[in-house]
Design a protein around this ligand. Structure first.
Ligand SMILES: Cc1ncc(COP(=O)(O)O)c(C=O)c1O
Length: 409
């Protein structure tokens, strides 16, 4: 079990600011060890990577590649060549969509789900619009906020090129049946692109278990620095895919007409990378490993379940997504009758410094399906305690009294 009191001490923001931070699905706070790693790069290293042939540059490159190895181990990949560093999760999916679209043999259907974040919809839509090569279709979501597997099976056809799916929905929190979906997709030779932005921060992921072809996630949602994401891709695919961006270090040979791409991951990492962030992300992975990802998972899911249970007892609150623990990951979205989520979020902030998210959470198609204009969302992480959930619940009741009148039912 996590010792939240001790964990909290590692997060300077929680010492410096009076905040109950429940917006972790957007971005997590940064522990001391990661901040120190960033500082260490600028104070003691400061050079580029893969370019210099002097000792200092070699040391930076060695630390940088060690971080890549840690990330590979974290997702169960045998080869750091399968780990491409990107700007964020969004950029990773854009790279995949572009590359598949520009790959001569790839032609047919792209299946995404109604619960995908815009990040796993729009890159595909950009490629499908005005092109004969890709047609985009959506897998339905049930009223309960689960993927409709029968609909998925019926839409998976022999011409399906790729399936995009969030491991965990950032709105309804649903943990999707990735293994089953991947097996079904592979039976039809379709590739699977898992958006792991909400999974990787608090759930064990092993590529040998889930077997997806591509996985993307963001460092800043798992204690790491901003400006950094990860694209995992199976090595043989990365070797064959055309890269979307050109520039330094991504080529082995260039003359005035021809070019020979470098091997992955460099092929997809043109220009000077975010070196400090990558090295510091290694420290985030260390921190999570020290806590134990299973303990993190248990803790975060327990907090989410506590919130779901307590919200369920309030008659004027509507909760979205599955109610039971094992199919919900780390967050809860809801609405308070008669109170706009923006007003609710502002009230929680001013009443008790409680930070939640309100709006559409970059998932407008899902809100359209659920017939909602917007929703409020609380999401939990390693430094949140059960008391934070209780303060959040008390503040909702207080806000309702102020904004929407006392409940009269
Ligand atoms: C499920 C999901 N996918 C993708 C993203 C995009 O992440 P980023 O903004 O770091 O690219 C988010 C961010 O909220 C998300 O929740």
């Amino acid at each position: 079990m996590l010792n939240v009191k001790d964990v909290k001490k590692d997060f300077p923001v929680l010492k410096n600011r009076d905040v109950v931070y429940l917006d972790n699905a957007a971005t997590t706070l940064t522990p001391d060890s990661v901040i120190q790693s960033l500082k260490n790069y600028y104070q003691n290293l400061g050079t580029s990577v893969h370019r210099g042939i002097y000792q200092l540059a070699n040391e930076t490159t060695e630390k940088y590649e060690r971080a890549r190895k840690k990330v590979a181990d974290f997702v169960g990949s045998d080869s750091p060549r399968e780990i491409v560093f990107t700007k964020n999760c969004t950029e990773g999916i854009n790279i995949i969509a572009y590359s598949l679209h520009h790959w001569p043999e790839m032609e047919g259907k792209i299946l995404v789900t109604e619960m995908d974040h815009h990040s796993n919809i729009l890159p595909w839509r950009f490629m499908a619009n005005g092109s004969e090569k890709f047609q985009l279709e959506y897998v339905d979501v049930t009223k309960e906020g689960r993927l409709d597997l029968e609909d998925y099976k019926s839409k998976l056809s022999p011409d399906t090129v790729a399936v995009g799916v969030p491991g965990i929905s950032n709105v309804v929190g649903t943990v999707n049946p990735i293994k089953e979906m991947t097996d079904l997709a592979h039976e039809r030779d379709a590739l699977v692109v898992m958006d792991g932005a909400q999974w990787l921060p608090h759930r064990k992921f092993d590529i040998s278990e889930y077997k997806v072809d591509f996985l993307t996630f963001s460092a800043h949602k798992m204690l790491g620095p901003t400006g950094l994401g990860v694209l995992y891709g199976k090595e043989d695919l990365l070797c064959r895919m055309p890269p979307p961006f050109g520039g330094g270090e991504m080529v082995l040979k260039v003359d005035r007409r021809k070019v020979k791409w470098n091997d992955p991951p460099q092929k997809f990492e043109p220009g000077t990378p975010p070196i400090a962030q990558i090295i510091a992300f290694g420290a985030s992975v260390d921190y999570l490993n020290e806590l134990g990802i299973s303990e993190v998972n248990e803790h975060v899911d327990r907090l989410a379940q506590r919130a779901v249970n307590k919200l369920s007892e309030i008659p004027y609150v509507d909760i979205y997504g599955p109610k039971e623990g094992e199919s919900r990951g780390g967050l809860v979205s809801f609405n308070v009758e008669g109170v706009h989520p923006h007003d609710l979020a502002t009230a929680l902030d001013s009443l008790d410094n409680i930070a939640i998210r309100a709006g559409l959470h970059c998932a407008q198609p899902l809100h359209e399906v659920m017939e909602l204009n917007s929703s409020a969302r609380a999401s939990f992480y390693v430094y949140n305690a059960p008391e934070d959930v209780d303060r959040f619940i008390d503040a909702i009741k207080e806000a309702k009294k102020i904004l929407g009148g006392a409940d009269e039912r």
